[in-house]
Ligand binder design. Structure first.
Ligand SMILES: [Zn+2]
Length: 225
């Protein structure tokens, strides 16, 4: 029995190696991230690998011309040390204003925008998103600003708080104004669900009152509420 399994694996290995079987990149843990590739089961792991590799991370953004970003030097602000930073101004849709964030978060956002955000916008509202309003990424603080306890993902600029979406036809859809209301509400709900395919941590109005007016989208962790 064990022999047969070994032979099967060998045959499979040779077939993969010779390109006789084509498996999409997103199903392979060892292929690098490309913004063109839809989210797959190893995306979180691939994003984690970019965390300490600014060169590889920036190369992912550079390979996708719509991405607007500027590499930034490492800085220390208060008690928070920041590395692998970029100033990110969005891809197809513009970040308003541009945001200082860790590079893997910008990559995650780019994948999310390309494959999930506009799909939700088109399905419920018939147009793409033109602009993103947000509350920023970096804040040197603990969770909920408590004096003690765990550091927030914002302390390392590994999360983005998204408050509203401006559509290409000029409409503005905000979490504070449209959550649970009509087509806009259904769009926002789907945005939250689709975000979980890309971001390890997604918190929104269904989670608690502190998130009533924004989605917290973080790289790393495993929460989808
Ligand atoms: Zn947040």
């Amino acid at each position: 029995m064990g022999q047969w399994l070994l032979i099967m694996l060998l045959v499979l290995g040779v077939a993969l190696d010779k390109g006789m079987i084509a498996i999409p990149d997103r199903w392979l843990p060892w292929t690098p991230i490309s913004i063109e590739t839809p989210p797959g089961p190893f995306l979180g792991w691939k994003l984690a690998r970019l965390a300490d590799d600014p060169e590889a991370c920036r190369a992912v953004l550079a390979a996708d011309p719509p991405q607007r970003y500027t590499p930034l030097d490492d800085v220390t602000r208060g008690q928070c040390e920041l590395s692998n930073l970029v100033r990110y101004a969005g891809g197809q849709s513009r970040m308003q204003p541009s945001v200082m964030t860790r590079c893997p978060l910008a990559v995650a956002w780019a994948v999310f925008e390309r494959h999930e955000l506009n799909a939700a916008a088109r399905a419920h509202l018939g147009v793409d998103v033109a602009q993103i309003e947000h509350f920023g990424s970096f804040a040197c603080r603990n969770i909920y600003g408590r004096a003690e306890g765990r550091r927030s993902q914002h302390a390392s600029a590994e999360a983005l708080d998204v408050a509203a979406f401006e559509l290409e036809d000029g409409r503005r859809v905000s979490l504070s104004g449209h959550w649970g209301k009509g087509a806009e509400g259904r769009f926002l709900k789907e945005v939250g669900q689709r975000a979980c395919k890309v971001f390890g941590t997604v918190l929104g109005p269904d989670y608690n009152a502190a998130h009533a007016d924004h989605f917290h989208l973080g790289v790393g962790g495993r929460v989808c509420r």
